[in-house]
Design a protein around this ligand. Structure first.
Ligand SMILES: [Zn+2]
Length: 262
């Protein structure tokens, strides 16, 4: 039986895990569907890598099987998850090339299945979201990014839009008024399911562009991919450094939040 405590969920632009020694592809079957993972060692630690959009970016944000992904990680023993996300910025201080350790979200998704607890056999759970992203993992990401000399922001509110289209300037204006700093299409339901599964989960967002109406130019996915290419070395350095130093102990309360199932 595999037992891997650390996982990386790679978002747009992060499809490979070249740092892994003896990489092995693993197909995990869950009650929600199948998920393909890459597992291997890094500096003596077992790590799982999951490409959120599939290899080659073939699955759009609204069709990602988030439940299968998170359940698969839980099934192989994962305790801590570091997720990456390419985001647009609504905040003039968070510039393209900057990293943001997300600490809050606003949910503007529509019709996604965003819970493991549908009633019936699974029961019902109103999971606490006071600290949606694990405090300890956030701290680890932030401190490591500072150590590496990256431009990093300690917190930021991630607006999850349904996509796959980009946002209108009117939507961006609204999100900004509501307190959003960043806009992307995947943090919800991923972070919610991670919490329901009792996993420690945190997201490091890479700003690839200013959002519509803030940017003077029209947005394209290739622009995002291009910006990610320039950040990709920094992302790899950051992830490798975190995997090397992150504690395998848990001093947070992430594992206790799903104890109120009825
Ligand atoms: Zn935690």
């Amino acid at each position: 039986m595999v037992n891997i405590e650390l996982a990386v969920i790679g978002g747009t632009g992060v499809y490979k895990a070249e740092m892994l020694e003896k990489p092995k592809e693993l197909e995990i079957k869950t009650e929600y569907g199948k998920t393909n993972l890459l597992t291997g060692n890094y500096k003596g630690r077992s790590v799982a890598f999951l490409a959120r959009h599939g290899s080659g970016h073939s699955v759009p944000p609204h069709l990602v099987n988030y439940r299968a992904n998170l359940q698969a990680l839980k099934n192989i023993g994962v305790k801590k998850v570091i997720a990456t996300a390419a985001v647009g910025s609504l905040n003039n201080d968070m510039k393209p090339g900057d990293f943001v350790v997300v600490d809050q979200f606003l949910d503007f998704t529509k019709g996604r299945v965003s819970t493991f607890f549908d009633g019936g056999a699974k029961g019902l759970l109103h999971v606490d979201m006071t600290d949606p992203y694990c405090r300890e993992v956030r701290e680890e990401i932030y401190n490591t990014a500072v150590k590496l000399g990256l431009n990093v922001h300690k917190g930021g509110c991630y607006v999850t839009a349904e996509g796959p289209r980009f946002e209108t300037p009117a939507e961006i204006k609204m999100y900004k008024m509501l307190g959003g700093d960043l806009v992307g299409m995947t943090s919800v339901p991923e972070v919610v399911l991670a919490r329901e599964a009792g996993l420690c989960y945190a997201t490091v967002a890479m700003v690839t562009n200013f959002a519509a109406g803030i940017s003077p130019t029209v947005l394209s996915h290739s622009e995002v991919v291009e910006a990610m290419k320039t950040s990709s070395q920094d992302v790899s350095r950051l992830i490798m450094s975190i995997l090397e130093t992150i504690s395998l102990e848990r001093g947070c309360t992430c594992s206790e939040t799903a104890t109120e199932v009825r």
